[in-house]
Ligand binder design. Structure first.
Ligand code: EPZ
Length: 429
C-alpha cells in the first residue's frame, strides 16, 4: 500500500485549483440512471470513488466513458440490464447505495445490498428506507439486500427524522419519477444535495425548495439532459485553506464557492486567519493567510449544512493543535469520528476526548511520525499536521486520500509542501 512522506515544510503559498465535488458527483452519477438518454457529466474529479461508482453502473449494463484528464464522464443509461447493486461493490463504497432511489424511481424495482458500516460509524440506512416507504414503495430486507417493489409507488409526504444527506438524495430521485406530488420535510440542505436537484431540474424534473428543509417534487415521466457540470468540492477547498492556516502561509483556492464554506471560513477567521474572497466568473477565489499566532476557538460544533461541516472537523482539529490556548471540537454527526485524535496525539498533540467532544490544548510543536487513519478526511488532517511537524511524517493507507482528493501530492507540491508518494514495494513472486 502506498504512503505519503511529509516533511516539515515552509509556509504554503500560491494557487490551488479546486476540483469538482466528489459528494455531488456520486449522487448525480447514480441519478443519471433516471435519464432516458445519454448524459455527459463535466468537472468530474479523477478519484477512486468515481471509478467505483462507474464500475457499479457498468455492472448493471450501462455504457460509460470516463475521460479522467478532461474531467468528463459520459453515461448511456438506456442499456440497463440488471437492477441490482451487489454486496461486493456496495461494501467497498457506501455511496453505491444511492442507486436505490433512481432504480426504483425509473424501473419500479431494485435490489441493492445494504452498505456496511465504516470506521466513522455504523451508518445505518433506516432513514433512507422510511423515506421510500413514505412513497408507498414496498421494501423487504433479506440476505443483506434491500429488495424494493415500486409498482404502487406514488408521491407523498416524506418526513426525515434527521436531515440525512444520502436519504434526502435517494428520496429526491425516487420522487422525481413517482406519479403525483411529493414533499420532503427536514431535508438535508448541503450544496451537494442542491446540485443533485439542479441536475434533475436540468433534465426536466419539477423540483423546488432544494437548499431549504422542505423540497417539493412533482413526478414526471421522462428525464433527459445532454450535459451537466458538477459544483466545486468545498471540502477539498477547506482542506487546502486549513493547510495554509496551519503553516502560516498564503494560499488562494480558485474555482470554488465561498457560499458553500461560510461556517468553516467564519471559524477560520476566529483562529486569527485573514480570509479574502474575490468573485471570479460565477465562482470565487478564496485567499487565506495567518499574520499572527493561531488563536484557540472556544467551541466548534459540527452540524448539518449550513453549520460547520463534519468533513472538515479533523482538518480544523489539526490546526487547533498548535493554538495558543484550549479549544473544544464537538462532533454531532457521526458517533466515531475522532480516530485522528490518537494519531495526532502520537505526533505530540494534547487532546482529551470526553463523549463527543475533544478538548485540544495547544502545544508549541508537533513531531513527525508514521501515522494512519481509516477515513479520508482524518488522513488529510494527518497530512497537513505533517507539514508543520518536526521531522518526517509518513501517512499510511494513502488509498483513503485517493478516494477523495484528486492529484493531492501534485497540488500540495504546487504550494511548496514537501510531500512525496512512496510506492509500496510489490511483493516479490
Ligand atoms: C454524506 O454521507 C457524505 N458522503 C459524507 O462524506 C458526509 O460526512 C455526510 O454526508 C454528512 O455531511 C457522501 O455524500 C458520499 P448522512 P451520508 O446520511 O449521506 C446517520 C466524506 O468524507 N444516519 O447525512 O452517509 C448517520 O449514521 C463522506 O466525503 C442514520 O442514522 O451521511 C450519520 O450519523 C464521509 N440513518 C448521520 O445520520 C440513515 O438512514 C449523517 O449521515 C442515514 C444516516
Amino acid at each position: 500500500m502506498d504512503s505519503i512522506l511529509v516533511e516539515k515544510s515552509p509556509p504554503l503559498s500560491g494557487e490551488v485549483r479546486i476540483s469538482g465535488a466528489k459528494n455531488a458527483a456520486l449522487p448525480i452519477i447514480a441519478a443519471s440512471l433516471l435519464c432516458d438518454s445519454p448524459v455527459t457529466l463535466q468537472n468530474i474529479p479523477n478519484l477512486a470513488d468515481i471509478s467505483a461508482m462507474e464500475r457499479l453502473l457498468c455492472s448493471m449494463g450501462m455504457e460509460t466513458r470516463y475521460e479522467r484528464d478532461e474531467g468528463t464522464l459520459e453515461i448511456d443509461p438506456s442499456r440497463v440490464r440488471w437492477l441490482e447493486a451487489p454486496y461486493d461493490l456496495v461494501r467497498k463504497m457506501r455511496a453505491s447505495f444511492f442507486v436505490l432511489g433512481p432504480l426504483v424511481g425509473k424501473y419500479r424495482e431494485a435490489k441493492v445490498s445494504m452498505p456496511g458500516g465504516c470506521a466513522i460509524g455504523a451508518r445505518p440506512v433506516n432513514i433512507h428506507l422510511k423515506a421510500l416507504e413514505d412513497l408507498n414503495i414496498e421494501l423487504e430486507v433479506e440476505h443483506g439486500y434491500v429488495v424494493a417493489d415500486g409498482s404502487a409507488m406514488r408521491g407523498g409526504r416524506v418526513h426525515l427524522e434527521f436531515p440525512s444527506v444520502g436519504a434526502t438524495e435517494n428520496a429526491i430521485c425516487a420522487a422525481a419519477r413517482a406519479p403525483g406530488e411529493s414533499v420532503i420535510e427536514n431535508a438535508a440542505r448541503e450544496p451537494e444535495v442542491t446540485d443533485l436537484a439542479d441536475f434533475l431540474v436540468a433534465a426536466g424534473a419539477k423540483i423546488e425548495g432544494q437548499g431549504t428543509s422542505t423540497i417539493q417534487i412533482q413526478g414526471v415521466d421522462n428525464l433527459s439532459v445532454d450535459s451537466y457540470s458538477i459544483i466545486p468540492d468545498r471540502i477539498e477547498a477547506g482542506t487546502y485553506l486549513a493547510a495554509a492556516a496551519l503553516t502560516g502561509g498564503t494560499v488562494q483556492a480558485t474555482h470554488c464557492r465561498e457560499k458553500d464554506l461560510t461556517a468553516f471560513l467564519a471559524d477560520l477567521r476566529n483562529t486569527g486567519c485573514e480570509v479574502n474572497v474575490e468573485p471570479d466568473g460565477g465562482l470565487d477565489k478564496i485567499t487565506v493567510s495567518r499574520p499572527g499566532p493561531i488563536q484557540p476557538v472556544s467551541e466548534i460544533v459540527t452540524l448539518p449544512y449550513p453549520g460547520f461541516p463534519t468533513d472538515l472537523q479533523a482538518q480544523m482539529m489539526a490546526l487547533l493543535c498548535l493554538a495558543e490556548g484550549t479549544s473544544i471540537v464537538k462532533e454531532t454527526i457521526f458517533e466515531n469520528r475522532f480516530m485522528h485524535v490518537s494519531e495526532l496525539s502520537r505526533m505530540g498533540a494534547d487532546i482529551r476526548v470526553e463523549g463527543n467532544s475533544a478538548i485540544i490544548r495547544g502545544v508549541k510543536s508537533l513531531s513527525g511520525s508514521p501515522v494512519m487513519a481509516s477515513d479520508l478526511r482524518a488522513s488529510a488532517a494527518l497530512l497537513i499536521a505533517g507539514l508543520v511537524a518536526e521531522g518526517k511524517t509518513e501517512v499510511l493507507r494513502v488509498y483513503h486520500l485517493d478516494r477523495g482528493y484528486e492529484k493531492i501530492e501534485q497540488k500540495f507540491l504546487g504550494l511548496g509542501a514537501k510531500v512525496e508518494r512512496v510506492r509500496a514495494a510489490v511483493p516479490s513472486k
